[in-house]
Design a protein around this ligand. Structure first.
Ligand code: HEM
Length: 412
């Protein structure tokens, strides 16, 4: 079978704003296609994406299989050496057995029990943020509400002192720019500097915790590292940065996208406002609603994989080293998998969306992300049942890989 060629400009602001009509068209006319300007093969249908995510012949990294020379890549760019070293040392960009070892160590301390134990604290943080907004008629949902909460939660969980938490978001924002397909030299330099500064900061925090242990994740990771001798210094620092960044980026964007969807679907909002009066900390409707918001408008619409060994897929031949793009956001709207995929159905069950991925890299923070989003939406609608977004103020920042609203004024 012959591979179709198509053009797709991921950085196009119109596409970032609303990628769904384009994705639907691709799903129907060119479900698997080669994009020459990126030199990558794109997959748009749910079943293909799910099958590939479970296939061991694909991986998030390739340099353990082929050298840069063999791949025809230019030599490593010294201007982003620290950024590359960071990515080479955390679980997300490692494959078994290293991935298993790194994920095992982090999971050992980042347990469901630790997440559940956070519920009262997350509620207090939300309450405090909402109190500060009580007297305002309008505010920016992103900077005033969606951003501060996940940053405070993951910062506190790791053990970053309150006074330093303002450092996390700018470092993370600079780092994630390099995950877009295409970035400027300035962005490259800023990302590399952010990795260096972030690493230095965490090194001194870890040294402090080694002397004065506390009940936080950094202390637990320091102890796991020292107890098993299985985590190098570089892997330890990179794991902390990964947790801090992954621990808030998508959550901020997920809550903002949910606010926009609420505002565009008044009947859905009414249903949730009603459910928010319940005494339950997380009423059942909020649990299914969070899954549906994440399916409907995913904050991380695509991830890449490398072909680790030659493979034949659906009659198409892919060579070792080929880069592929899996459009999770497209799979989430595939009518072959979801009935009425373009409609928000708060009680949709089952809801096997791809927003947290699938397979060995399935999001380690999914329980925390779910808890934060459900508590935030519930408290928000309980406190401000009339909340409404001003769509004229809607702005998207960044690119398509980390797709997020950067401004959305709301009136309460
Ligand atoms: C709405 C919020 C979130 C979304 C949509 C999300 C999504 C994802 C996805 C899709 C992956 C797998 C990437 C791939 O398939 O290549 C992933 C991995 C990961 N996520 Fe999340 N995430 C969220 C929140 C969090 C939070 C709160 C944490 C907390 C620390 C976290 C930590 C991680 C880690 C450590 C990995 C790497 C897992 C591995 O490689 O085995 N994420 N996330």
């Amino acid at each position: 079978m012959k591979l179709l060629h198509k053009t797709l400009k991921l950085s196009d602001p119109d596409f970032i704003r609303n990628p769904y009509p384009t994705l639907e068209d691709l799903r129907e006319t060119a479900p698997i296609f080669f994009e020459p300007s990126y030199n990558k093969v794109f997959f748009t249908r749910y079943d293909d994406i799910a099958a590939l995510l479970r296939d061991k012949r694909l991986g998030r990294s390739i340099l353990h299989v082929l050298s840069r020379d063999e791949l025809g890549w230019p030599p490593q760019d010294p201007r982003q050496a620290d950024f590359d070293a960071f990515n080479a040392s955390h679980m997300l960009d490692r494959e078994p057995p290293d991935h298993t070892r790194l994920r095992g160590l982090v999971s050992q301390v980042f347990t469901p029990r630790r997440v559940e134990g956070l519920l009262p604290r997350v509620k207090t943080l939300i309450g405090r943020t909402l109190d500060a907004l009580e007297d305002r008629k309008t505010f920016d949902f992103v900077t005033d509400l969606a951003e501060p909460l996940p940053v405070a939660v993951i910062g506190e969980l790791l053990g970053v002192p309150d006074v330093d938490q303002h450092l996390l978001r700018p470092w993370s924002a600079a780092i994630v720019k390099l995950y877009e397909l295409g970035f400027s030299e300035e962005q490259q330099q800023q990302a590399n500097t952010a990795v260096l500064e972030f690493s230095d900061y965490l090194r001194s925090l870890a040294a402090e915790r080694e002397k004065n242990p506390r009940d936080d994740l950094i202390t637990a990771l320091v102890q796991a590292r020292d107890g098993t001798d299985k985590l190098s210094e570089e892997e330890f620092i990179s794991s902390c940065i990964l947790l801090l960044n992954a621990g808030h980026e998508a959550s901020v964007n997920g809550s903002s996208a949910a606010m926009l969807a609420l505002s565009r679907n008044p009947e859905v909002k009414e249903q949730l406002v009603e459910a928010a009066t319940s005494k339950e900390p997380v009423p059942a409707l909020f649990k299914t609603a969070v899954e549906e918001f994440l399916r409907f408008d995913s904050p991380l619409p695509m991830f890449e994989r490398f072909v680790l060994e030659d493979l034949n897929f659906n009659g198409l031949q892919f060579e070792r080293g080929q880069e592929i793009v899996l459009l999770y956001a497209s799979g989430n709207r595939d009518s072959r998998k979801f009935t009425r995929p373009d409609t928000l159905l708060l009680e949709r069950t089952p809801n096997p969306h791809l927003t947290f991925g699938l397979g060995i890299h399935y999001c380690l923070g999914a329980p925390l992300a779910r808890l934060e989003m459900a508590l935030l939406l519930k408290s928000l609608l309980e406190r401000f049942p009339k909340i409404q977004a001003h769509e004229a103020t809607l702005e998207y920042g960044g690119g398509f890989v980390i797709r997020g609203i950067s401004r959305l004024e709301v009136e309460v």
